[in-house]
Ligand binder design. Structure first.
Ligand code: PLP
Ligand code: COI
Length: 338
């Protein structure tokens, strides 16, 4: 580990030493198991494989300048996995068990936690899927949970430098009464074709619109959208977007900084009224938006080549809390005891 170049990590897979698994069978969760293999046994007729009965999570652990390791809002991810499980009829994992599995995976891979100076963090990826034989379309009776970790750098390689996003009306990510609010793989499959085109055309991600009316802002690829107007943080309220834990935290931070916060539908036209805009999420942190191209209408909404002052302040505060250099007044961090 001595000669690892922490700065080299982008947002990609790295095999670390151990992962933690847990199986649900006969109506109950088993013991946590530790594995050093990054392969997993999947039943050939599993619902995870055939019917998309699958959900995942993403959270991060940070090593601070004080040497302490903090995991950010672990219970929120545990609750969201329960919500996703409920949404697609999977067995719900008790919060304590989720917490224990995540903490165990971090501890077992201590040497992979990036040092403070690197600016990198440890990304934690829990995943849960139906793993019992079920050929008829029906919920599985057996589930496999696994959690693995890896050091990561920025999701968008530009990091905190503003990048461009695009609106295409021919792709939808989630239907109004569908699974957009859950973190299920199917939503990501639905986003691939648009996302791929966006990348090929030089954009970071697609800014999806609501599927029904194509009138409101939905999500920024794998992140939530926010805009800044006067002293107000505005973010979409919709039943098709993933309730981002980063966004929820930024709403609180904005309030703490004396800003107003509005969670409400945002029309496409309103994009012209924001002085700053950004994408936010665990992987993306805050990725400031330089411009949004509405390809169908030939309109560019521009927010500047440099991150705005408020986005910067929000970013600094969030990162500070995560690395332990800004007071964690809402008790978001869990400190890992080694
Ligand atoms: N929206 C989507 C579609 C995502 O995949 C993510 C990533 O988890 C987010 C938003 C941001 O959520 P969070 O801040 O909880 O990571
Ligand atoms: C995250 O921000 O944790 C995500 O899950 C985004 C993406 C990599 C799916």
């Amino acid at each position: 580990m001595e000669n690892i170049n922490w700065k080299e990590f982008g947002f990609g897979y790295t095999k670390t030493d151990y992962n933690v698994r847990c199986h649900y069978r006969d109506g109950k969760w088993g013991e946590l198991e530790v594995s050093s293999s990054d392969q997993i046994n999947v039943h050939i007729a599993s619902t995870g494989l055939h019917y998309g009965q699958q959900a995942f999570e993403g959270l991060k652990a940070f090593k601070g300048p004080d040497g302490k390791v903090r995991v950010f809002r672990i219970d929120e991810n545990g609750k969201r996995l329960q919500s996703s499980s409920h949404g697609i009829m999977m067995a719900e994992m008790p919060l304590d068990l989720f917490r224990e599995a995540v903490i165990k995976a971090i501890k077992l891979n201590e040497r992979w936690i990036p040092p403070y100076e690197s600016g990198a963090s440890l990304y934690i990826r829990p995943v849960l899927f139906g793993n019992g034989a079920q050929v008829g379309v029906k919920a599985s009776e057996e589930y496999t949970f696994a959690v693995f970790v890896m050091p990561v750098g920025p999701y968008f390689k530009e990091g905190f430098k503003p990048t461009d996003y695009v609106i295409y009306r021919e792709y939808d990510r989630a239907a109004p009464q569908g699974t957009g609010i859950y973190k299920v793989g199917g939503n990501y499959a639905a986003s691939l074709r648009g996302g791929n085109r966006a990348h090929a055309e030089g954009f970071s991600a697609v800014l999806f619109l609501d599927a029904k009316e194509k009138k409101y802002i939905d999500e920024c690829g794998p992140a939530n959208f926010f805009g800044i107007k006067n002293n107000t943080y505005v973010t979409p309220k919709s039943n098709t977007i993933l309730p981002s834990i980063t966004n929820k935290s930024l709403c609180q931070i904005a309030e703490d900084l004396g800003m107003n916060v509005e969670r409400r539908p945002i029309t496409v036209d309103e994009l012209a009224d924001f002085s700053e805009a950004g994408a936010c999420g665990t992987a993306a942190v805050i990725s400031p938006i330089r411009k949004i191209v509405d390809a169908d209408n030939n309109i560019d909404y521009k927010y500047g080549d440099e991150a705005g002052e408020i986005s910067f302040k929000l970013y600094e505060t969030l990162r500070g809390i995560q690395y332990g250099t800004v007071e964690d007044k809402h008790n978001w961090n869990t400190i890992i005891e080694f």
